[in-house]
Design a protein. Structure first.
Length: 574
């Protein structure tokens, strides 16, 4: 509960709050002229002062006061006692704390020479006002400042479940869950999972569009890896059989010389083969001629019938003997020549075999080896191929990790959603009761049916406020008013809400006088029944006549700012 708001400047009149209903009213002076206005009288600035001490950010409108050295002090009930916190508008990273005996024990661990850091002050506010354990207020989790924005309403978005129009759905769901006493962590976890899945989908889309070249479909990567490994295996084989030649050019010349020698020997072989065929043919002709000559001579003598003398016959025998000798010598010559050819062929064949073996050895060396530079080039090429294989392997691993992460997140999503469903099922009775209380308030104010719904979707708990005929500004403002009062009522019971609620005058914008009277009556009845505190700012012309003269309203006015009052509620123009 708030007790007192003050500043270090006499221009500002302190405001003492009381339990129950409190109003800061901008009123019209009886002597006011048409130029005097109840607007811009500093009502909203008072709420900004309260927010500032409650660890809020400094709005730009307060910069001039900061430059003038203003400090704002707020006294409030905490830990069963009273605490006065003072925060300079310039800087404000530490607050001065004055605590009574009842609350000093709880604050002592955080204090240093009577001051507390802003972060520690937020932790203290979370503990004192919301029973929010420090470990629960984490990055991406609950924020005591966001919770306080549901308590000190300076903005009035169309959706009462938000504290400002741009608040994320996840933030709204987490903090409303906490205010309703639900476990808000499934909302945070499902939001984390959704972010992860969205990132994976974005990566996949960028990969398909070629924006991320390091990630490709696994099938495509596997095909490339198979091709590269084939090239690598071939490179290993070539290098494994490679020998470095000191003089590769000399080896080429040697192979060429051997080739020329082999060619020459083969030419000789062809010549010898032709000669041998000729000699063989001549031998065959010599044998036939010997037989035929004797037969021819004998036949001629017989046919002629001549009788030769004995001397002539002897002469013929000698001629025949000479002729036989001549044929015999010729056959011997041809046989000798053929023998020499066969001998040369045998020697040549041996020589050809040796030369062929030497040339083949040289050619194998040339095929398997080369200069050192060639080996280094082959090794460099193989290293490049293997590095590409390693890169593709890494990409395959990344693709598999992404798919595995996607499956993991989908499983986590199903588990968290199931957990949220169990929480909702166990809390259904309490939530139905909260919804009925909200609906009864709207029915009383506007005579309209209204429901507060809670369901589970992929984002966790999904809240909805449904009102018949909703859409007008007045109905939206009344919906927020009833929702905030319901949260105050519920929070006081569960200790998940402080025992005060603050509304700026904008909450009453667009609300017709009858419903405005109903909202003010509601607030007074609620805080009286719950022993809580309600604070509002309002212009006197927005106060319904049947409320203005009520004793509870008149006694609840804690500050009246006249339209003729110099510099308004703050006491200075800025």
């Amino acid at each position: 509960m708030l007790i007192r708001l003050e500043a270090n400047r006499p221009e500002f009149k302190p405001i003492d709050f009381k339990p129950g209903f409190n109003a800061i009213v901008a009123d019209r002076d009886a002597e006011a002229t048409e130029q005097d206005s109840r607007n811009a009288r500093g009502k909203s600035t008072i709420l900004k002062f309260i927010n500032w001490v409650l660890a809020g950010n400094r709005p730009a409108s307060l910069v001039p006061l900061a430059e003038d050295g203003w400090s704002i002090s707020l006294t409030l009930e905490m830990f069963g006692g009273r605490v006065k916190a003072t925060r300079d508008l310039r800087g404000g990273s530490r607050l001065q704390i004055v605590a009574d005996e009842a609350s000093s024990a709880a604050l002592w661990p955080y204090l240093r020479e009577g001051t507390i850091s802003l972060e520690d002050w937020k932790e203290v506010l979370g503990l004192a006002l919301f029973r929010l354990e420090p470990e629960l207020e984490t990055t991406g989790g609950l924020s005591v400042r966001t919770l306080l924005s549901y308590v000190v309403r300076t903005d009035t978005p169309n959706d009462p479940l938000r504290t400002f129009s741009q608040q994320s759905a996840t933030s709204s769901r987490m903090h409303v869950s906490f205010l309703m006493g639900l476990d808000w962590r499934p909302v945070r976890e499902l939001a984390r999972i959704k972010t992860g899945l969205d990132q994976l989908s974005a990566i996949s889309a960028a990969t398909r569009d070629g924006l991320i070249t390091s990630l490709r479909p696994e099938s495509e990567l596997l095909l490339e890896r198979a091709s590269l490994r084939g090239e690598a295996d071939e490179g290993h084989t070539r290098i494994g059989g490679f020998s470095v030649l000191e003089d590769p050019q000399g080896l080429v010349e040697r192979a060429n010389t051997l080739t020329r020698e082999i060619s020459s020997l083969r030419d000789e072989a062809v010549t010898d083969h032709q000669m041998k065929d000729l000699y063989d043919s001549s031998l065959a002709d010599d044998g036939t001629e010997e037989i035929d000559s004797g037969t021819v001579v004998a036949t001629l003598f017989e046919v002629s019938g001549l009788i030769l003398a004995d001397g002539f016959k002897r002469r013929m025998d000698e001629v025949e003997a000479f002729h036989s000798s001549l044929l015999s010598n010729r056959r011997a010559f041809l046989a000798a020549e053929i023998g020499e050819i066969d001998e040369r062929s045998a020697e040549r064949n041996v020589r050809l075999l040796l030369l062929s073996q030497r040339r083949e050895s040289a050619m194998q060396a040339l095929r398997a080896g080369g200069a050192l530079e060639e080996l280094l080039a082959m090794q460099s090429e193989l290293a490049d191929i293997e590095s590409r294989v390693a890169a593709v392997d890494e990409q395959i691993e990344q693709a598999r990790e992404l798919e595995s992460k996607r499956d993991e997140l989908k499983l986590e999503k199903a588990q968290e959603r199931a957990a949220a469903g169990e929480v909702l099922s166990k809390s259904r009775s309490k939530l139905d009761d909260i919804g009925e209380r909200f609906g009864s308030k709207m029915k009383r104010l506007y005579g309209k049916d209204a429901v507060l719904t809670v369901a589970v979707d992929d984002g966790g708990f999904k809240f909805g406020l449904k009102v018949t005929g909703a859409g007008s500004t007045g109905v939206n403002r009344a919906t927020m008013f009833c929702f905030d009062l319901t949260m105050l009522e519920e929070g006081i019971q569960t200790a998940h809400h402080p025992d005060f609620l603050i509304h700026d005058s904008t909450v009453f914008d667009g609300v017709d006088p009858r419903q405005r009277a109903g909202t003010l009556h509601f607030a007074q009845e609620m805080v009286e029944a719950t022993r809580g505190q309600y604070i509002c700012t309002i212009n006197s012309n927005d106060i319904p006549d049947d409320v203005r003269h009520e004793a509870w309203f008149s006694s609840g006015i804690v500050r009246t700012v006249l339209d003729t009052e110099p510099h308004g509620a703050i006491g200075v123009s800025f």
